[in-house]
Design a protein around this ligand. Structure first.
Ligand code: ZN
Length: 600
């Protein structure tokens, strides 16, 4: 078979020729500004609907909103890609600021629309939602109305949105700049190297103990040097959020993330409850692993260490073929779609300096394409990340026929498609293993994912909820942030850790994302939710793909509780639902413990 040669650098010229100084991009942004300006004029004239005959007018407003929103997010997504591929791209930084102000204006218009709609008299509202024009938007429109009722006056919300650009989102951007600027000095095989944070993070899975330890310590040192700056960014970002909540009369910091995720507190409690009660097998796994590494207890810097020498590396082309082969076993559409993404430069995977750390998938709604960003170094975990991001892109693809209003899904379900794709690849890898050693390595890769969702992300959640409580009383110092993180990690890892990572709060980008608060529990939700879907998919074979797509198409038009009930017939406010998913992960641990029994 001819070896494929998929591009390892993405194609962004397809959107606007010439990168961040593209005249086509500038022209597009100018057009967006004109559209936005016109829309602002129209919204000023918007009146509270008083009769069912106004459905046509409302539908027209929605179309205008859609037009501005998709064009703005097209530009914004591409600019985000420019910045990710080169954190020193100054022009892109400027454009990001420009787009930020446009978003603020759009968001303020959305507030106005929501406020005006929310004043509609109840019976008229009910009638409107039954019309041909609006019935398809029932869930979203009701959500708008409900959200508006929890907000301050239109004027006050408008002021907050305007101030967010410089007083809120800018803190997150400052954090990105600080991290992009950090260089990690480390000696590898006698050679001194200067690495980006992303490159240094990748050393956590090195097979050499001293490299893992050294890079961890070099990173901790770098975070310590910058801790006061980063703590300031975190404190003010959180302070802005809390001040806004206080003005709105929201006491619970989880109110907003739960509402964004269309999730009940009962569901979140049931999920963490089930996880907390089932940590023992994972603690046992960590103990076994540290013993296999010749240590008495687990160190943070050994968490990603390979436990088997036979951990195969796959170059990018091999990784791509592996993913495609196994996506195909699940369903033809996922495979076809992903092949298209590989062939057409949708993926940026090259390992080179000045790239942002981490991975993401972003959608360009006008072109109806996505772009995936990561730094690929050939580990199984890189292959998983790639599959994960392709899952996100597939979700956008599944939503192509759905109206923009009904595509705005929340984090929790957003991670469902990605985790699902990741699981197909991880399971396949275990199944295809050719030796016990390889099987151990691959099982471990799966278990590490469970550890990440049940322990690492749990620690982030515990840290963040506690940090926000303390922040209500005033500024939280870097020293205190370190303490809070250490406590959270010890608890979430069931006391299995010896060395912890106190500066994790500084190193994790997710705490600095301003678009979505609490960028953590939805990951765990998505993982366990995915496991149930995955279990059904395995039962039903390739025929399941159509049902899967139907579920994805419903992800933005109902609560997660209703979604689970409709497509999985499950009550997710009960711990029992979550326990089923956790049990699947415990099976991996049991198999791992058995296979490694002689090695401990
Ligand atoms: Zn994701």
């Amino acid at each position: 078979m001819l070896k494929q040669n998929y591009p390892i650098v993405w194609d962004l010229d397809r959107f606007y020729l010439g990168g961040s100084s593209s005249s086509a991009l500038q022209q597009h942004l100018d057009e967006v500004k004109v559209k936005l300006g016109n829309f602002e004029v129209n919204i000023k004239k918007l009146e509270v609907p008083t009769a069912v005959q106004e459905a046509k007018q409302i539908s027209h407003t929605i179309e205008e909103l859609r037009d501005v929103a998709v064009n703005l997010s097209e530009a914004s997504a591409v600019i985000g890609c420019y910045l990710a591929q080169d954190t020193t791209d100054k022009k892109a930084t400027l454009l990001q600021g420009e787009v930020g102000s446009l978003y603020a204006r759009l968001s303020s218009l959305m507030n106005t629309i929501q406020q005006v709609f929310s004043k509609t008299e109840g019976t008229v509202w009910e009638e409107l939602l039954k019309t041909d024009e609006l019935s398809q938007f029932e869930f979203v429109l009701n959500e708008w109305r409900e959200n508006a009722s929890k907000m301050l006056s239109e004027k006050e919300e408008d002021l907050i949105t305007t101030l967010e650009v410089d007083g809120y989102h800018a803190w997150g951007q400052l954090y990105d700049m600080l991290v992009g600027d950090i260089r990690i000095k480390i000696t590898i095989d006698g050679e001194e190297k200067s690495l980006s944070v992303g490159q240094a993070n990748n050393l956590s899975s090195s097979d050499k103990a001293e490299i893992r330890k050294e890079s961890f310590e070099a990173l901790e040192l770098a975070w310590t040097e910058k801790e006061d700056f980063i703590a300031k960014a975190l404190n003010h970002l959180a302070g802005f959020r809390l001040a806004t909540y206080k003005k709105r009369g929201w006491d619970n910091v989880l109110e907003e993330p739960l509402s964004i995720n269309r999730m009940k507190q009962d569901t979140l409690d049931a999920m963490w409850g089930a996880i907390s009660k089932n940590k023992a097998p994972f603690v046992e796994y960590l103990n076994r692993k540290s013993a296999m590494l010749g240590e008495k207890a687990m160190h943070w810097y050994d968490l990603d260490a390979p436990v088997s020498s036979s951990t195969e590396k796959m170059d990018f082309q091999q990784g791509a073929e592996f993913i495609l082969k196994h996506f195909k076993e699940f369903g033809p559409k996922l495979e076809e779609f992903s092949r298209h993404a590989f062939e057409n430069g949708w993926i940026e995977a090259e390992d080179r300096p000045n790239k942002r750390p981490g991975g993401f998938c972003t959608g360009m709604p006008v072109s109806q394409e996505s772009r995936i960003f990561m730094t690929y170094s050939g580990t199984m975990s890189n292959v998983s990340t790639l599959a994960h991001e392709l899952g996100h892109a597939f979700h956008s693809y599944a939503l192509r026929p759905v109206h923009w209003m009904n595509t705005r899904y929340a984090m929790g379900v957003a991670e469902t498609a990605s985790t699902f794709a990741e699981m197909i690849v991880a399971d396949a890898a275990v199944r295809e293993s050719k030796s016990t050693d390889e099987k151990i390595a691959l099982l471990e890769d799966k278990i590490q994912r469970s550890v990440a969702f049940f322990m690492n992300i749990h620690a982030r959640f515990l840290f963040e909820t506690r940090f926000y409580e303390e922040r209500k009383e005033g500024i939280v110092s870097a020293t205190r942030l370190n303490e809070l993180m250490e406590e959270a990690q010890r608890e979430a890892y069931g006391d299995a850790l010896d060395t912890v990572h106190p500066h994790f709060w500084a190193s994790k980008l997710h705490f600095y994302i301003t678009d979505v608060p609490f960028y953590n529990f939805p990951y765990t939700f998505g993982y366990l939710f995915s496991l149930s879907i995955y279990a059904k998919a395995k039962e039903e074979g390739t025929g399941f793909e159509e049902k899967y797509i139907a579920l994805l198409q419903d992800t933005a038009v109902m609560s997660v509780e209703d979604l689970a009930m409709k497509h999985l017939q499950e009550d997710i406010t009960e711990e029992a639902f979550w326990k089923k998913g956790i049990d699947l992960c415990i099976q991996d641990v049991q198999e791992f413990l058995q296979l490694t029994n002689a090695k401990g």
